[in-house]
Structures are given as structure tokens and as C-alpha cells.
Design a binder for this molecule. Structure first.
Ligand code: GN1
Ligand code: CA
Ligand code: CA
Length: 271
């Protein structure tokens, strides 16, 4: 058997039938084997076992599983923090009445009472208490409402008085009617009048001794400084010999029987 015939037989035995379905391959074999008649040889041994195939593709996602069983009871939690103090409780009921105390000791024997004498003494004390109350009220008013400079206190007395009564009231309290001798003191008194909501007070200036010769109550003449309102002093009625200060600080001569409040001054240290 020639080499060509052997090749032809080998092809016929071992090549799968599918190969012959191809027209091109068919034609080629026919060309090789067309001139010889051949018989098939014995069946060969089975080939070696093929290699392990590649891993298959990942399967599709399965359907949702059934709901699991209820879990076991959890562990006991940590001890909680102490709670806030609660609101104050309502008042308790009134307690029972206590037992009566022991009786007191026997008093000393009484003495003869001179009641008329005691009543008179009590009456006199009442008068004194009234006077003291009045003085205390004055002191309270003074402390609460007075003004001061380095060497003097000024106090407006809210008692409507004639000029002479006003002079007396200041004197019995240890002072005089106020004598504004410069602009600073004049302004201080004016502010004081305004702060009390007043319009006018007597000051310690007058021409009682000699008409048109205005003097302070310490007998010094009004000279270097004065606070006359425009047109004053005019001796308006022919009897205007006393002087008032208005809340603006301006001075005006008025009749001395006019009853108005007044301003006193008190020296801090006796000269
Ligand atoms: C006042 O009220 P009348 O006008 O007569 C004042 C006088 C003044 C005058 C100024 C009691 O007088 O002292 O000079 O205004 N009299 C009184 O116009 O306030
Ligand atoms: Ca006058
Ligand atoms: Ca006047």
C-alpha cells in the first residue's frame, strides 16, 4: 500500500463524517482516493480521556427564602440612671391640738395707784411724742430732699409762709433764708425748685430797711451779683420789699405778706 493509499484510509476511518459534508473537503478526498478500492482496518483503541472542561457559568439568583424563625430573648440591659427629683408634695393636714401648758406662778400683790397723776404724765408724754414725730418727719424730709455745697446745706421748706414767718422758720432750725451770692449757688437753688415741681420760693433778699437798697438777710448788700428778672425789681404795687426766686432762677420783688414756700441755708461748720 502506497503512502497515498494509507493516508486516504486514515482519513476515511478517523475523520468525522461532518468533515465530508463540506463540499471543498469532499472534492479533495475524492481526488486522492478516486482510483483505488480499499477495505477498512480494525477499529482503533479509544483515545485518551479529554481534559477537564472549563467551569460552567454562574447560575441565576434563586427565589427569596422563607421568613426565619423569631430570635431568642435578648440579654438583660444595663442599670438605668437615677431619675429626677419629683415635685414638692402637697401640704400635709393640720396636726392635732397640743395639750394645755402648766399654769403660771402666782403674781405679786398690787399697790395703790395714783391714777390721776399717771394720766397727766401720760398726756404730757403724748404731746412730746407728737412733737418728736413732727421733728423726725422734718429730719427725714431734710435728709431725703436737701442739696449741699462744700460748706452749706440748702433745704426748701414746703410750708406756705409769709416772709417774716419764713425767716423765723429757718432761724429756729439753725439757719437763715438762703442767700444766693453767685451764679453757681443761684443755679443750684433754681434746679432744686424745678426738681420739686415748684414755681417760686422766698430767698433771703429784701429792701425792708431802705427802699431800693436790697440786702441779704445777713445784712450784706446785693452788689457784685444779682439774679433779677428783666424789669425787676419794680416795686410793682409800691410795697414789694421781699424777694422770691422763680424756677428759672430769676429774682422778683413781691409783697412780704404773700404766703409761699421758702428755701433755708445751713452752715456745715459754725464760723
Ligand atoms: C406780678 O400780677 P402783677 O403783674 O401785678 C408780680 C410782680 C411782678 C410782675 C411782673 C404777686 O405782678 O412782682 O413785678 O408780675 N407780683 C406777684 O410783671 O407775683
Ligand atoms: Ca420795694
Ligand atoms: Ca416785682
Amino acid at each position: 500500500m502506497s503512502c497515498r493509499v494509507a493516508l486516504c484510509l486514515t482519513l476515511l476511518v478517523f475523520l468525522p463524517e461532518k468533515i465530508f459534508s463540506s463540499e471543498a473537503e469532499n472534492r479533495s478526498t475524492s481526488d486522492v482516493c478516486s482510483t483505488h478500492t480499499v477495505l477498512p482496518g480494525p477499529k482503533g483503541d479509544p483515545g485518551e480521556k479529554g481534559d477537564t472542561g472549563e467551569n460552567g457559568k454562574q447560575g441565576k439568583e434563586g427565589p427569596k427564602g422563607l421568613k426565619g424563625n423569631k430570635g431568642f430573648v435578648g440579654d438583660v440591659g444595663d442599670h438605668g440612671l437615677i431619675g429626677k427629683i419629683g415635685p414638692i408634695g402637697s401640704k400635709g393636714d393640720k396636726g392635732y391640738k397640743g395639750l394645755p401648758g402648766l399654769p403660771g406662778g402666782k403674781g405679786k400683790p398690787g399697790s395703790f395707784c395714783d391714777c390721776g397723776r399717771y394720766r397727766r404724765a401720760v398726756g404730757q408724754l403724748d404731746v412730746k411724742v407728737t412733737q418728736l414725730k413732727s421733728s423726725l418727719q422734718f429730719v427725714k424730709n431734710v435728709i431725703a430732699g436737701m442739696r449741699e455745697t462744700e460748706d452749706k446745706f440748702y433745704y426748701i421748706v414746703k410750708e406756705e409762709s409769709s416772709y417774716r414767718d419764713a425767716m423765723t422758720q429757718c432761724r429756729i432750725r439753725g439757719g437763715t433764708l438762703a442767700m444766693p451770692k453767685d451764679h453757681t449757688i443761684n443755679s443750684l437753688i433754681a434746679d432744686y425748685i424745678s426738681s420739686l415741681g415748684l414755681l417760686r420760693v422766698y430767698i433771703g433778699v429784701n429792701d425792708l430797711e431802705k427802699e431800693k437798697q436790697f440786702m441779704y438777710v445777713d445784712h450784706t448788700p446785693v452788689q457784685d451779683y444779682s439774679g433779677w428778672r428783666v424789669g425787676e425789681p419794680n416795686d410793682g404795687s409800691g410795697h414789694e420789699d421781699c424777694v422770691e426766686m422763680l424756677s428759672s432762677g430769676a429774682w422778683n420783688d413781691v409783697e412780704c405778706h404773700l404766703t409761699i414756700y421758702f428755701v433755708c441755708e445751713f452752715l456745715k461748720k459754725a464760723k
